[in-house]
Design a protein around this ligand. Structure first.
Ligand SMILES: [Zn+2]
Length: 380
């Protein structure tokens, strides 16, 4: 933790005396509460406004005119031309309703949880991402398991052998690299990379954990992109959390190459039984700094805290934690213990009293007890 040596309020930007500057309508103190602490200052390359930033930040966007400056080393200040943003189409209420709709749909979730949910915070964020437009070409070699039955009767044998296989696949990406070091400052923002786990079910003590999670898909991160518009950011009330970047374009590109290679390698593993060699070539076409609007929501159900991240451009849930409904647990329990119980029952009745029959009574008993306990306890 770094100690703030400045007096409270000293880092709140004063309205600079430059032509074309909009009147600051909001209270400067407001910036203190939610914004991150700042300890450095730089003049905006465009409007000369003082830009407060933190040590380690090197992609700094002016909250007055929207110009982005990149500190590319000592005495090397670069104004980034043509940085952009995804349009802000989702307001605070839309973000809340997106979460509510999502929470009330699907096998693992429940409408009755929505009534029990308490919203504890909603925060509009403009987060800097380096979008690495690239195409990846992957070639792989591996082995595929083959089996063959030979002979008949007692001489029947199953032969197993491995056959060499290989293949090749291509994929285009608008790969998002978050431009900050610590992904935990805001909830869920690192989960939007393709293949990253983005939906986290809370099963409590329940052990039959099936489904309920999801990975982020490879979506077009440049879809609908517009030139950075500081007025739109101000209108949405997101300028309080217009976040500076800490990772330079060069580093982001290198990170993206590495992450794309891992992503492709993981994908190659699903192609055959044993992968012996994967080689991915990543061609980077363009690297854009894009501000992505998002809503971070914190809520609680039955005293437990959960978080969610809603897309600020589309009414879409990007990432979330949620409790699995009791109804889903009962259904899973009944399906996965009920079927073995029935099978055990059929075998059991055929052979008189035996271990299978006892197993049936134990399983059916457990099933009934669990369903009754949970079902009567709550209507979830
Ligand atoms: Zn400026």
């Amino acid at each position: 933790m770094q100690e703030e040596k400045t007096t409270p309020g000293a880092d709140a930007p004063e309205a600079p005396e430059v032509p074309g500057m909009p009147e600051t309508a909001e209270e400067p103190e407001q910036q203190e509460s939610t914004a991150l602490a700042h300890d450095r200052e730089l003049a905006c390359q465009n409007c000369a406004a003082p830009l407060a930033y933190m040590e380690g930040e090197n992609v700094i966007t002016c909250p007055y005119c929207g110009t982005t400056t990149m500190l590319a080393g000592y005495d090397n200040i670069v104004k980034i031309d043509g940085h952009s943003m995804l349009p802000i189409e989702v307001n605070e209420n839309d973000a809340i309703s997106t979460l509510i709709t999502w929470l009330s749909k699907g096998f693992h979730r429940s409408k009755s949880y929505v009534a029990a949910a308490k919203l504890s915070s909603v925060r509009g964020l403009m987060l800097p991402y380096w979008i690495v437009k690239s195409s990846a070409s992957t070639s792989w070699h591996g082995k595929k398991k083959r089996t063959k039955s030979t002979g008949t009767g007692d001489n029947k044998r199953t032969q197993t052998w491995y056959e060499p296989v290989s293949g090749r696949f291509d994929e285009d990406f608008t790969w998002p690299e978050y431009a900050r070091e610590n992904p935990d400052e805001f909830w869920g923002i690192a989960n939007i990379q393709p293949g990253k786990k983005s939906i986290f079910p809370d099963w409590g003590k329940f052990w039959l954990r099936l489904g309920g999670s999801r990975e982020s898909s490879n979506r077009d991160m440049l879809d609908g992109k517009i030139p950075f518009d500081i007025e739109a950011v101000k209108n949405a009330g997101m300028n309080e959390n217009l976040v500076n970047g800490q990772i330079t374009q060069e580093r982001a590109e290198a990170n993206a190459r590495g992450n794309i290679k891992s992503h492709q390698a993981k994908k190659a593993e699903s192609k055959t039984d044993v992968i012996t060699d994967v080689d991915t070539t990543v061609n980077v076409n363009k690297v854009d700094l894009v501000y992505v609007p998002m809503w971070e929501l914190k809520y609680s159900i039955d005293g437990k805290q959960y978080s969610a991240l809603v897309d600020g451009s589309k009414k879409e849930l990007l990432s979330a934690e949620y409790p699995v409904s009791k109804k889903a647990k009962i259904t899973l329990f009944d399906i996965f213990l009920g079927i073995p119980a029935i099978i055990a029952g059929i075998i059991g009745f055929g052979n008189g009293v035996g271990p299978a029959k006892i197993a049936m009574f134990v399983l059916a008993g457990l099933m009934l007890a669990y369903s009754l306990k949970k079902g009567l306890g709550s209507k979830n």
